[in-house]
Write a protein that binds this ligand. Structure first.
Ligand code: NOJ
Ligand code: CA
Length: 664
């Protein structure tokens, strides 16, 4: 039997009786307030920022079997707060501050205890539901009724909701024109200039949340959870905690990027010894397949051959990179798009994995394993342990997974079934000291704090789209940091130097792999390609081009000098869809990446983020504004200190990257 459960009827009447004021919680700095209130017969919340309404009363609750409280329910309120600093093994910032005030509203009935826990931070708000049901083994969630009812018809940036894919272009729309959307759902209010982004944190054993307009033309949304084939959204344990529903809030666009709220809402690491988890720069046999000059399948154009493997390992070792990826190393690619049967244990005959692994180890290089599943979850799960044990025995500590294909039996990628699978891979990998880079993943919700072997993921249109479609515009690249990247690291696979694919065009063996590809090219300047290594944070950062295009290219020095590990980061300047400037520090070196949309732009960059009193050699990789040719790069070095200011001149779709090394 399905029971409509709105957080209990009359709950606020009880709440009002048990405390003199309406329950509310305010951020530590007092600027953000969340109120719990009653509308009709349901519980609702609202959010005020700087004394003005951001979210109007919006419903909380569920339609679920097993969550109906008995009539004699009692209500209690509890407040608490936290202000702590914590350290992570890797991340944009190794040190983070977690500072919030909390309000927990608990309903206790003989058959059920249910809590709505609300946290107010200086950079946003979050709430989640917790339940403990007596006399049942499980709760069947038919629907979650949480809403986001905006006061203002804000401007928004989002991708459409799709329970199978995040590889979509962004739309810039007023809220009343957004029929549905995935998260992070980023907005800017017209009235007060408040920037925000709706997302979720700590997504485990539950479907992803998307947003669905409550009615045509409304500026309010309800949650739409990815369903199971039978329409049920989730079957949870009798004791369960939902993911946090989050709204990041800032006064500047860059505040959203500089917030650690999503991570703060996740639990500390469950992996005790994290010494084997290491950020890496990597190259791989990859782009050739997307360009159509190499194949995943064994044959005359096979990319993952022993000979190529040795070449890539040498290149990585000679260029201060740590990892190499080979796609198409294992048997089964003939079945991709068919029965999706891959063999995760058997290398193709022309890929001598034992000698390649030995050679990689001899040269101090991490060999990666690629596991394309085509969405065949049952077969992948059946061999997960043995495959990861095998990779571990070869000294492999990094696996790139892929789910390019529909799941069997009608399951969505982002359903509870999918979320469980992705998590199983992360936890199994941890047992075998393996780091994960997931493509076609579930969205990142900060679980990397708890599972720091979950390094990076795709989950947006990455570089591959430039090889066989209209690709990613400079504007797209200026929205990405303020939307998808708020969720966490992305394996965008940046850094294509041969912008027009001259090498592939001159290769008579090139095939059309994924549709017509003659018109395809990179839609930015080469300086922007370099800047993306800084802008698009990933602890596993790829140099995605063919190594032949990096060999002897002066611009590749930036990647050689770059560090995928990072101690501190800050988005210094930016507007959504317009431009972005990010600085990072790794050890004593700093790196800056800047990028613009389709407009040329000059930005003034004070270097006050550098260490005071230190003179740095700044190596500047800039657009050539004289030639205005995207492929031209201007490289210049000069001495600078924290007291200096640099002018960042960028061509349309251009960018700039700068490395700062202390002068010895
Ligand atoms: C899609 C992934 O995003 C890409 O990186 C990979 O090369 C292909 N699938 C094949 O697995
Ligand atoms: Ca993909």
């Amino acid at each position: 039997m399905k029971t409509a459960f709105y957080i209990p009827l009359g709950i606020l009447a009880i709440a009002s009786a048990s405390c003199s004021q309406q329950p509310s919680v305010t951020s530590p700095d007092g600027s953000i307030e969340v109120n719990l209130l009653r509308t009709d017969s349901t519980l609702a919340y609202s959010v005020d920022v700087d004394g003005k309404q951001l979210i109007l009363p919006s419903m909380l609750g569920f339609e679920a079997e097993g969550l109906t409280p008995a009539a004699d329910a009692k209500l209690s309120l509890k407040t608490s707060s936290l202000d702590e600093e914590w350290t992570q093994p890797w991340g944009e910032n190794k040190r983070n501050r977690n500072n919030y005030k909390e309000l927990a509203l608990t309903l206790t009935a003989p058959n059920l205890e249910m809590t709505v826990r609300v946290r107010a931070f200086n950079d946003g708000v979050a709430f989640r539901y917790e339940w403990n049901v007596q006399g049942r083994d499980s709760v069947t969630v038919m629907d979650e009724l949480t809403q986001f009812n905006f006061a203002d018809n804000a401007k928004s940036w989002s991708i459409p909701a799709d329970f199978d894919s995040y590889e979509k272009d962004y739309r810039t729309l007023p809220l009343d024109e957004v029929e549905n959307a995935n998260t992070p759902f980023t907005f800017l209010t017209n009235t007060d200039g408040i920037y925000g982004s709706i997302h979720e944190a700590a997504l485990y054993d539950y479907p992803e949340m998307t947003l669905l307009q409550t009615e045509h033309g409304a500026k309010s949304f309800r949650t739409a959870l990815a369903p199971m084939p039978d329409g049920v959204k989730a079957v949870t344990g009798a004791i369960f905690t939902t993911p946090w529903r989050t709204i990041q809030i800032g006064r500047k666009a860059t505040d959203l990027i500089n917030s650690a709220m999503i991570l703060n809402l996740n639990e500390p690491s469950k992996i005790k010894d994290t010494s084997w988890i290491k950020p890496q720069k990597y190259v791989g046999i990859w782009w050739g397949m997307h360009l159509g000059t190499q194949t995943w399948i064994m044959g005359p154009q096979h990319g993952a051959t022993t000979e190529n493997a040795f070449k890539y390992i040498d290149f990585a070792a000679d260029n201060n990179l740590q990892g190499v990826l080979f796609e198409g190393w294992n048997e089964g690619w003939e079945n991709w798009g068919g029965n999706q049967h891959f063999d995760y244990l058997k290398a193709y005959a022309d890929f001598d994995i034992d000698s390649i692994a030995r050679y990689a180890s001899k040269r101090g290089i991490e060999l990666w394993a690629h596991n394309e599943t085509g969405g065949n979850i049952p077969e992948y799960e059946a061999v997960l342990d043995s495959a990861f044990a095998y990779y571990n025995s070869l000294g492999i500590h990094t696996v790139k997974t892929g789910y390019a294909g529909g799941f069997k039996h009608g399951y969505y990628h982002h359903s509870q079934y999918g979320v469980r699978h992705y998590q199983k891979v992360v936890e199994t990998a941890a047992k075998y000291n393996i780091m994960i880079d997931a493509h076609e993943p579930i969205k990142e919700t900060g679980i990397r704090r708890t599972w720091p072997n979950m390094m990076t993921r795709e989950g947006a249109k990455g570089m591959e789209w430039n090889a066989w479609s209209d690709g990613n515009s400079a504007e797209y690249l200026c929205i990405l940091p303020f939307a998808r990247l708020l969720a966490g690291p992305m394996d965008y696979t940046p850094g294509i130097f041969d912008l027009n694919y001259e090498r592939a065009r001159n290769d008579a063996r090139r095939i059309q792999w994924n549709g017509p590809n003659e018109h395809c090219c990179i839609k930015t300047t080469i300086a922007r390609q370099i800047a993306n290594w800084v802008i698009i944070y990933s602890p596993l950062q790829m140099g995605a081009d063919l190594i032949e295009n990096y060999d002897n290219h002066p611009g590749f020095r930036f990647f050689r000098d770059f560090n995928a590990d990072c101690d501190w980061s800050e988005a210094l300047q930016g507007e959504i869809g317009e431009y972005i400037v990010v600085a990072r520090r790794a050890g004593e070196n700093f790196y800056v990446g800047a990028g613009t949309n389709g407009e040329a732009r000059t930005l003034s960059l004070p270097l006050d983020f550098l260490e005071k009193g230190v003179t740095y050699t700044a190596t500047i990789y800039a657009d050539n504004c004289d030639s205005a040719v995207a492929q031209d790069l201007s490289i210049d070095s000069r001495d600078v200190t924290a007291a200096d200011t640099l002018d960042i001149r960028m061509l349309p779709a251009g960018g700039q990257a700068i490395s700062f090394m202390p002068k010895k």
